[in-house]
Design a protein around this ligand. Structure first.
Ligand code: SF4
Ligand code: SF4
Length: 353
């Protein structure tokens, strides 16, 4: 593999020797207890993955602690999953229980494997991003405080459930394909500070940043102007030009989307679809949003068949029935009026109520 001076190093340099030696030869895996996967190879080798939740925004001290545990139990091999779970890859079976004991002693939650809620993935939020509607990490912390029994297996669920939070519609997280997704939404047109635009923004890149072509130059003011009719409140422009302000605490809020998935198992991958168009953005604990997510989890849990993910359950009972059983009002906001939406409309009389 040629060496480059950018990007991550080739993953093959870092995978544990047992994975390299048994590459493509893994025969099966079992889940002996929540949060633990036991992989068995054709060669007889056994690798145990122990999955623990991470708080996602972590300190250097926390990373050092994890690395220290990885050194002691896994020959230094640990990884983060795409949903920010920690996975310790243990090749010595004698070390599995001591690792689980230490994780429990240090307050790490072990779980998220198989039919369970995985760690909730989220985007950067107020901690870093300029277009963030909400504090994604605080919202996820509040959510996991409520949902962790579904992660640890204390409360069983019918299938895996992936939850994601994105703090604006740009959705850096996996919201478009998660069983439940919370997406921050701006609902008003960004405000332009003309005096500042001429001093701090590049006009061509600001104009080009708008996906709907709503921004055009205003040569008189050496600034830009926004066509309100065309704006979809995505806040892309605010991320590119600091003189454009998208924040509106009175109107910004959260939406909830359901039924997405990435996997090809049973049915093809699905996009998440809108369930709740607006909930208020109420830090520090977001009670309305947490209650809505828990209600969705509980409704799915009570009605889905074993192995049936949120989207599969909804498609089996029909979207009309989904709105009935969850008690979520169906409004005009649920009707897709995007230019190319007709390709997704049901154009037959085969409606299922
Ligand atoms: Fe969050 Fe949007 Fe910024 Fe991504 S672009 S981190 S989703 S605010
Ligand atoms: Fe364009 Fe989005 Fe800015 Fe509106 S918020 S002007 S759609 S970039």
């Amino acid at each position: 593999m040629p060496k480059t001076d950018f990007g991550p190093p080739d993953y093959r340099q870092m995978i544990p020797p047992i994975v390299r030696e048994n590459y493509g030869r893994w025969k099966y895996h079992t889940i002996p207890r929540p949060g633990v996967l036991r992989h068995v190879s054709e060669t007889g080798a056994v690798l145990t993955s122990v999955r623990a939740a991470s708080p996602r925004l972590v300190s250097t001290a926390w990373v050092r602690l994890v690395c220290d545990m990885a050194d002691r139990y896994c020959g230094g091999h640990v990884r983060f999953t795409t949903r920010h779970n920690l996975e310790f890859l243990v090749s010595d079976e004698q070390k599995v229980q001591p690792l689980l004991d230490e994780l429990a002693e240090r307050g790490f939650l072990v779980g998220g494997v198989g039919a369970a809620i995985s760690n909730v993935v989220h985007t950067q939020g107020w901690i870093h991003c300029k277009s963030a509607v909400t504090d994604a990490s605080g919202l996820v912390k509040s959510m996991m405080d409520e949902l962790y029994p579904y992660f640890t297996g204390e409360l069983p669920v019918p299938a895996k459930l992936r939850i994601a939070v994105a703090c604006c519609v740009n959705m850096c997280g996996a919201c478009h394909c998660s069983d439940i997704a919370v997406v921050g939404i701006h609902r008003t047109v960004p405000r332009v500070n003309h005096e500042m635009v001429s001093k701090s923004c590049e006009l061509p890149s600001t104009v080009a940043s708008c996906p709907t072509g709503a921004i055009r130059p205003n040569p008189k003011l050496k600034s830009v102007e926004i066509n309100e009719e065309k704006c979809m409140y995505c806040a892309n422009c605010a991320a590119v030009c600091p003189a454009i302000d998208a924040m509106d605490p009175d109107n910004d809020g959260l939406s909830i989307w359901v039924g997405g998935k990435l996997s090809n198992a049973r049915v093809p991958p699905k996009f998440s679809r809108l369930a709740i168009p607006y909930l208020p953005n109420h830090p520090p604990r977001w009670p309305e949003t947490i209650a809505a997510v828990k209600h969705l989890v509980e409704t799915w849990r009570a009605r889905a068949k074993p192995g049936e993910r949120m989207g599969e359950w909804i498609e089996r009972i029909g979207w009309e029935r989904f709105f009935q059983v969850t008690g979520i009002p169906f409004t005009d906001k649920h009707i897709d009026d995007f230019t190319h939406a007709t390709t997704t409309f049901r154009a037959t009389t085969q409606f299922r109520f």
